[in-house]
Design a protein around this ligand. Structure first.
Ligand code: HEC
Length: 281
C-alpha cells in the first residue's frame, strides 16, 4: 500500500512539473525578452521542485525523481514541440505556404532548455552512488548547486563553440562558476573529523548493542532478516562485521533511507567497534 501511494505521488510530481514548465514556456516564451524570462522562471521552478521532492521523498528517491522530472520534460519537449514544429514547417514548405517562424523559435527554445538539463539529469540519475550528497540535511541545496554547476559548465561548452566561430568572447567565466561551485561543495561536504573524535577510543559489543537494537534489529532480527542478515546476537554481528562497516560507515546505505534515525555519533561507534577488531563482548 505504502509503496503504491509513493509511486503515485512520484508520477503526479513528474506530470505536475511538466505542466508548470510547459505553461511557463507557452505563456511567456514568445514575449519580449521571452528567453530570459522563461529561463529565470524555469530555474526558480526547478529549485522549488527540488526542494519539494526532498521534503516529500527520502533523499535517494528525491534525487532520482528530480532527474526523472527533467528527463521527462526533455522527452516531452521533443515529442510535443520540437518534432511537431519541424513537421509543420516541412509541410508548409512542401505546400508552398509561407512558413511561420514561430515553430522554429519554439522548437529552438525547447532544445536550448534540453541542452541545460543534460548534465543535471546525468548527476541526479547517478546520484545514488554518492550517498554523502542525498543523505545530507541540506540535500536540496546540494542538489540545486550541483545542477546549477552542471548547467553553467554546459553553457561554457555551448559558448566555446560560438567563440571558435568568432561570435562571442571566450566563455571561461561560466566554467569557472561551475568549478568554483563544485569546489565549494567539496569543502562543505568533506567528512567532519570531530564526530569520530567524540566517540570513545575503543567500542565493545556492549556499547553497540543498544544502538543496534534500536536502529537495526527491526529489519535484521528474528522476525525479519533483510538480506538474510541478522544482527541480534554478537556472533551474528561479528560474522557480518565487514559488510556492516561497509554499509553503515563507508557507504552510509544502512539503515535504509536512515529510516530509524541513526545519528552521526552512532555511526562513529560502528567505525570504532570495527577498528577494534569487531569484539563480541
Ligand atoms: C527499515 C529496514 C532496515 C533497517 C532499519 C536496517 N536495514 Fe539493513 N537492510 C535492509 C534491507 C531491505 C536490506 C537489503 C538491501 C538490498 O538488498 O539492497 C538490508 C541489507 C543490509 C546489509 C547487507 C548488505 C549487502 O548488500 O550485503 C547489511 C550489512 C545491513 N543491512 C546492515 C544494517 C545495519 C547495521 C543497520 C542498523 C544500523 C541496518 N541494516 C538497518 C533493511 C534495513
Amino acid at each position: 500500500m505504502v509503496a503504491r501511494r509513493c509511486h503515485c505521488r512520484a508520477l503526479v510530481f513528474l506530470v505536475a512539473f511538466w505542466f508548470a514548465y510547459d505553461a511557463i514556456c507557452r505563456t511567456l516564451g514568445q514575449s519580449e525578452n521571452g528567453d530570459a524570462k522563461v529561463g529565470a522562471l524555469v530555474l526558480v521552478l526547478v529549485c522549488i521542485a527540488s526542494y519539494a521532492a526532498t521534503q516529500m521523498f527520502a533523499g535517494r528517491a528525491a534525487f532520482l525523481l528530480v532527474g526523472a522530472m527533467l528527463a521527462t520534460a526533455m522527452s516531452a519537449n521533443v515529442f510535443f514541440w520540437i518534432i511537431p514544429g519541424q513537421r509543420t514547417m516541412v509541410a508548409d514548405m512542401k505546400a508552398g505556404r509561407p512558413v511561420d517562424p514561430i515553430h522554429g523559435q519554439r522548437g529552438k527554445q525547447r532544445s536550448v532548455h534540453n541542452t541545460y538539463f543534460t548534465l543535471p539529469v546525468l548527476f541526479a540519475m547517478l546520484s545514488n552512488h554518492y550517498s554523502f550528497t542525498y543523505t545530507h540535511p541540506q540535500n536540496w541545496l546540494i542538489l540545486i548547486a550541483i545542477m546549477f554547476a552542471g548547467a553553467a559548465i554546459r553553457q561554457f561548452f555551448v559558448m566555446r563553440h560560438g567563440h571558435k566561430l568568432g561570435r562571442n568572447p571566450h566563455p571561461w567565466k561560466y566554467a569557472a562558476v561551475g568549478v568554483v561551485l563544485l569546489l565549494g561543495l567539496i569543502v562543505w561536504l568533506r567528512p567532519a573529523p570531530s564526530t569520530a573524535a567524540a566517540a570513545p577510543a575503543t567500542v565493545g559489543y556492549a556499547e553497540l548493542k543498544p544502538v543496534i537494537e534500536q536502529r537495526c534489529v527491526m529489519c535484521h532480527g528474528e522476525a525479519l532478516a533483510s538480506r538474510n542478515v541478522r544482527l541480534d546476537s554478537p556472533e551474528e554481528l561479528k560474522r557480518h562485521a565487514q559488510s556492516v562497516y561497509q554499509q553503515v560507515v563507508v557507504g552510509k546505505l544502512m539503515p535504509i533511507n536512515n529510516a530509524t534515525g541513526l545519528t552521526e555519533d552512532e555511526r562513529a561507534l560502528f567505525a570504532r567497534w570495527f577498528e577494534a577488531g569487531s569484539p563480541t563482548n
